[in-house]
Design a protein around this ligand. Sequence first.
Ligand SMILES: NC(=O)c1ccc[n+]([C@@H]2O[C@H](COP(=O)([O-])OP(=O)(O)OC[C@H]3O[C@@H](n4cnc5c(N)ncnc54)[C@H](O)[C@@H]3O)[C@@H](O)[C@H]2O)c1
Length: 260
Amino acid sequence: MNEQMDKVAVITGAGSGLGAATARRFHRDGWKLVLGDLRVEGAQALAQKLGATALACDVADEDRVAALVQAALNLHGRLDCMINNAGILGAIGPIGETAARDFNRVLEVMVSGVFYGTKHAANAMGDHGGVILNTASLAGVGAWANHSYTTAKHAVVGLTRSSAVELAPRAIRVNALAPGNVVTGMTSSLSGGEQEAYDRALARNPIPYVCTADDIADAFAYLASPSARGITGQVLVIDSGLDVAVVSPSYHQAPGRFVE
Ligand SMILES: NC(=O)c1ccc[n+]([C@@H]2O[C@H](COP(=O)([O-])OP(=O)(O)OC[C@H]3O[C@@H](n4cnc5c(N)ncnc54)[C@H](O)[C@@H]3O)[C@@H](O)[C@H]2O)c1
């Protein structure tokens, strides 16, 4: 018997990429699932395969996020895990050419969306505890050439930490993942398709490995599990070592010596 058999999770941005892989992984672990996505067709097709429920949800709309959480309560009577994952690339380009409207839309989706998800999930969890997991990014701990995205993901890290502190006494753990380059629709759209996105990531990663959506799903599954019972307010970077590589791995191949 799976110890998580009666547990219920809501996942946003579940129609493709990291969210869809996470839904498949949680389904294998026995979770009951409510999936939300702006483009609901993908989430509905997946929900049908998994025996889950999918709803159209723009996470930038608080009422839609509240309705997604309420659907979990109505259908299953509880909420144990909220995964605030929906995201967009948004306004790419020099800051001098970034329209305020575009910048603000990115913050609405990726900052307000995580705020709404955290707020309504925490209210739904009450005092029985739970887990809130946010998809940040390597751009949440470093800079990327997309100002709105970098700003939003840094804010996700801040909100993860502040809500983790507040919610800790209610046994609600809040953590974030910071993926590096994972080949999904999002990253492929930046390159000339999946192969180019993969090759570019491989060329940069210290570990000659490009993390997959399943690697991210595994990390979400771990953080949602009792094995992570002592972990809150943390940002887990999953990037084949990219964030720590301030020098190329080849630098370390030089002969050993002592420099006075
Ligand atoms: N792929 C990567 O390398 C990578 C790296 C770091 C972080 N991320 C983050 O991972 C998350 C998932 O991205 P992905 O790579 O799976 O991309 P993706 O494009 O495959 O999936 C994103 C999903 O979010 C949905 N979505 C977009 N706007 C929405 C909104 N307003 N409301 C609800 N749903 C919305 C899309 O319809 C899509 O199904 C995002 O937050 C992204 O920023 C991805």
